[in-house]
Ligand binder design. Structure first.
Ligand code: MN
Length: 371
C-alpha cells in the first residue's frame, strides 16, 4: 500500500554557476548549496522512510555533467534502502547517446524511464503503477498523444503520471494539454520543467526547483510530499499534498525610488534600509533605482560602495533620470553653443531617442565642467 511519496525534480545538479565577481566565490557557494539541498531531500526521505520518490526530470543540468556528480547522485539514491525511486529525464538531462544515466550503475531500487513514449512500472508492494515518459532528445513540439491515449488504468491501483513539459498549447518543451491528461483519472500527476512550484486541488503538481537558480526564481522552494489514504467504502484513494521547504539563499529584486533631494549618502542609506542586516548578508539582491536624481551625483561606484552591506548585490541605474529643467537650461544658454546644441537635439523626432540624447549631452557637459 502506498502511504506517502515525495515529488521532486529540476535540481539541475552539476550546473557550472558563473558569477564574474570575486573569483567566482558566488558560483562555488551556489554549487555547494545545490548539493546541500539534494542531501537534505535524501535525508528526509531516509529518516521518514518514505516508500516512493519521484524525480520529474532535469535532475542534472546537462548531459555533460561530471561523472563524479552522477555517481554522487547514484550513491545518494542507493542509500535509500526502503524507498523506490522513479526517474524521468528532461530537456537538460535527456536520455540520448551521451545520457548521464548511461555513465554509472544505478541501484536496484531505482527505476529510470528510457523512452519518449508512455510506459509504466508497477510496484506491487505499494500497489502503485507509475506511467512516465522521458526525453531522449532536446526538443518536443508535440505530446505523445497516441501512446498516452492507449493507457488503460487499473482502478484498483494507485496511478501516477510523470511528465516533463510545459502546460501550454504550443511549446518546444513538450506542450501538455491539462484537460487531456486530467480526463484519464490519475490519482496524481507529477510534472517537471517549470521551476515555480504549483499544485492544483485535482492533484496536478509542478514540484519546482528545490533551490532557486536565478533572479527570475523568487518565492519559497522545496519539494512536495503527499499522503495517500484509502477510502475502502467508496474504493478510492485520497491524496493530500503539501510543500516541504528547503532553506536556501533567495533572490530579491528591490526597487528604490530616488528624488533630486537625495544626497549620495542618502542613496546609500536608502539602499541599506531595504532589508535587515541578517537578510542582506544571506540573500542575492538586485537593486533597481528609479526616479529623478541630482545630476551632480554619479552612480558609477554605487555597487562598490554597497558591497560590504550585502552578501551579493547588483545595481541597475538605467531607469534613473537626472533632474534637469530643460526649458530653463535652453533659455539661459540661448546665446551660446550649449543652447544651440540643446535646441538642435530638441528637433529629434523620436521621443525616447531625443530624451536620451539630451540627457547624455547634459551629463557629458556636467562631467567636463562646461555646465
Ligand atoms: Mn526542463
Amino acid at each position: 500500500m502506498l502511504t506517502r511519496f515525495v515529488h521532486t525534480g529540476d535540481f539541475h545538479l552539476g550546473r557550472p554557476f558563473t558569477f564574474l565577481q570575486q573569483g567566482n566565490y558566488y558560483g562555488k557557494n551556489k554549487r555547494k548549496e545545490l548539493w546541500k539541498a539534494f542531501d537534505e531531500m535524501i535525508a528526509y526521505v531516509k529518516e521518514e522512510e518514505v516508500p516512493l520518490l519521484l524525480i520529474a526530470g532535469d535532475l542534472f543540468d546537462s548531459v555533460n555533467v561530471l561523472t563524479m556528480d552522477i555517481k554522487r547522485v547514484a550513491e545518494g539514491l542507493a542509500s535509500l534502502d526502503k524507498t523506490w525511486v522513479v526517474i524521468i529525464t528532461g530537456n537538460h538531462d535527456y536520455h540520448g547517446d551521451s545520457s548521464p544515466y548511461k555513465k554509472v550503475e544505478w541501484s536496484s531500487n531505482v527505476y529510470i524511464f528510457k523512452e519518449d513514449v508512455f510506459r509504466s512500472v508497477y510496484i506491487k508492494e505499494l500497489n502503485t503503477e507509475i506511467y512516465g515518459m522521458s526525453w531522449v532528445k532536446n526538443e518536443y513540439r508535440a505530446f505523445p498523444e497516441r501512446s498516452f491515449n492507449s493507457i488503460k488504468l487499473n482502478d484498483t491501483r494507485y496511478n501516477i503520471l510523470m511528465a516533463h513539459g510545459e502546460v501550454a498549447s504550443q511549446s518546444l518543451y513538450l506542450p501538455i494539454d491539462l484537460r487531456l491528461v486530467e480526463k484519464k483519472g490519475f490519482d496524481f500527476i507529477a510534472l517537471g520543467h517549470i521551476h515555480k512550484p504549483g499544485l492544483t486541488p485535482g492533484g496536478i503538481a509542478y514540484c519546482g526547483s528545490p533551490v532557486p537558480l536565478n533572479f527570475g526564481e523568487s518565492g519559497e522552494r522545496g519539494f512536495l510530499i503527499s499522503q495517500v489514504d484509502t477510502d475502502y467504502v467508496n474504493q478510492v484513494f485520497i491524496t493530500s499534498s503539501g510543500f516541504k521547504p528547503i532553506e536556501s539563499r533567495t533572490y530579491q529584486t528591490i526597487e528604490i525610488q530616488l528624488t533630486p533631494e537625495d544626497s549620495y549618502q542618502d542613496i546609500i542609506k536608502k539602499t541599506i534600509d531595504c532589508d535587515s542586516q541578517t537578510n542582506r548578508q544571506q540573500h542575492y539582491y538586485r537593486i533597481r533605482f528609479s526616479g529623478y536624481i541630482n545630476p551632480e551625483i554619479q552612480m558609477d561606484w554605487i555597487n562598490d560602495d554597497l558591497e560590504e552591506a550585502f552578501y551579493y548585490i547588483e545595481t541597475d541605474t538605467t531607469r534613473l533620470e537626472p533632474d534637469i529643467d530643460l526649458e530653463l537650461l535652453i533659455r539661459e544658454n540661448k546665446d551660446n553653443p550649449i543652447g544651440q546644441i540643446l535646441s538642435e537635439l530638441e528637433k529629434i523626432e523620436e521621443a525616447e531617442i531625443r530624451k536620451k540624447a539630451i540627457i547624455y549631452s547634459i551629463e557629458a557637459m556636467i562631467g567636463e565642467g562646461v555646465l
